[in-house]
Each structure stands twice: as C-alpha cells, then as structure tokens.
Write a protein that binds this ligand. Sequence first.
Ligand SMILES: C[S@@+](CC[C@H](N)C(=O)[O-])C[C@H]1O[C@@H](n2cnc3c(N)ncnc32)[C@H](O)[C@@H]1O
Length: 244
Amino acid sequence: MNLRRAAKSLRHLWRTSPPWPVYATLVATRMRAPGIRRRFRSRRAAFEAMARDHDFSTDWFMSRLCDWLAVFDRHPMPASPEILEIGSWEGMSALFMLSNWPGARLTCVDTWQGGPAHPESGKAASEIRFNANTARYSGRVTKFRGTSAAFFAASSVSERFDLVYIDGSHRYADVLGDAFAGFDALKPGGIMIFDDYLMSPYDGKADGPAPAINRLLADRRGRYELVAVNWQLVLRKLPGGDPR
Ligand SMILES: C[S@@+](CC[C@H](N)C(=O)[O-])C[C@H]1O[C@@H](n2cnc3c(N)ncnc32)[C@H](O)[C@@H]1O
C-alpha cells in the first residue's frame, strides 16, 4: 500500500464526512489491492485484448476491472442479471458486463452529450462508438438517451436490478439523485457501484460525488453493507431491507 496516497485519500475523505465504516473499508480495500491485481492479471489482459478489437477513444474502466472481478467473485451475479448503467460513454464498461455475463440484460442511460467532467464529448461520436462497440450484444441492451433524472422520472424501476453502476454526471445534485433512485432500483442482495468516489470536488468543497454518496450511506444506514471503498465505492443492499 502506498502510504502517501492512502493519507491523501483519507484527508480528502475526512472533509466529506463519510460514515466511520468507510475508513476501515478503504484501508482494507487498499491492503487487498495488490493481491487482487495479481490474481486477476490474466483476465484483465484478456479483456484488454478484447477492447483492442473495438473502437475506444478513452478508457475510464480498465483500471477498475480487477476490483470488479474481485467483487463479483465474492458476490456472484445471478445467471441472467438485470443491470442498470448510468453513464455509458463509448461502452467499455458495457462491453465488459455484456461479455462477462452472457445472460445479462443491460439498460444504458446516457445523454451521449458529455457533461462538465468531459465537455469535449458533446458530439454524436461517443454514441456512434457505443453502438458499434455493443452491436454484437444489441439484443440484450436497452438504451435510454437522456439524463439519469429523466430516466428515473420516466421509469418505474423499484427493486428491479441486480447491479446498478453509477458513472454519469459527477455533480453533487446529480449524484445525489442517482444514488437514492439507484438504491431504490436495486434488488435486495444487489450490488451498487459508484465511480470516482475519491474525486476532488469541482468547487474544492462539496460539489462532487463523495458528499452525495455519503448522504445516501448515512440515510440508508442498516440497509446495506460496504463491500469495497477506493476510487469506486461498492455496496450491497441487504436482503430484507424494505423500501421506505
Ligand atoms: C465517465 S463516462 C462513462 C464511462 C463508462 N461507464 C465506461 O466506463 O466506459 C460518463 C458518461 O456520463 C454521461 N453523463 C453525464 N451527465 C449525465 C447525466 N446527467 N445523465 C446521464 N448521463 C450523463 C456522459 O455523457 C458520459 O458519457
């Protein structure tokens, strides 16, 4: 474990006031990381080779892959999981999910217009690449072109998904909406993953993912367990945690 990096992450986290178990899970996740990277090296190499046969201009996923494999090794998905992805971009994470779970059905929500984190993406190019990169699996993909807020407003998705991946807008208000609506959409026993938990806020204070995710963690205390905390925060909704 790199102690300087760990200390920087802890300082950053401290300012966002997470619940206490987050710290312990962060340290445990960081300590497991080298072993996880070694253990899943060949599966990562296999997916890297698959990705090279597709058309990606950017990679926001590969560095997360070994952590995902470790999570789903401990908490296997059902044979035909229902998955919701908020923020699909060119489809690299979607390609992984569709190829890793041959029975998966994936709902992808994206404006395909970029956002404050990557305004350069405000072109149709990302959607064209998404379509090409997932074409082989198109029968298992449902696309919603619009904001996640519009998706949740238009859909009745109570406890429908086995996995919810939140990787859309990183603005506080948007992540807050995605966190609560995504948690409601998650089946008991399901896994929810937030990207960029440790990202520095846009305004240096509170406009970023962590403060929003921490509000969910505080508000839904007792209804989830923390699975991993690093650049991504992973939780599992506890079976029997009834909706409010
Ligand atoms: C980091 S990229 C997603 C990367 C993708 N998950 C992967 O790993 O390959 C973030 C995506 O979120 C989308 N996005 C930004 N704001 C959004 C919003 N409010 N609702 C839905 N999608 C949004 C952007 O268009 C962009 O494609």
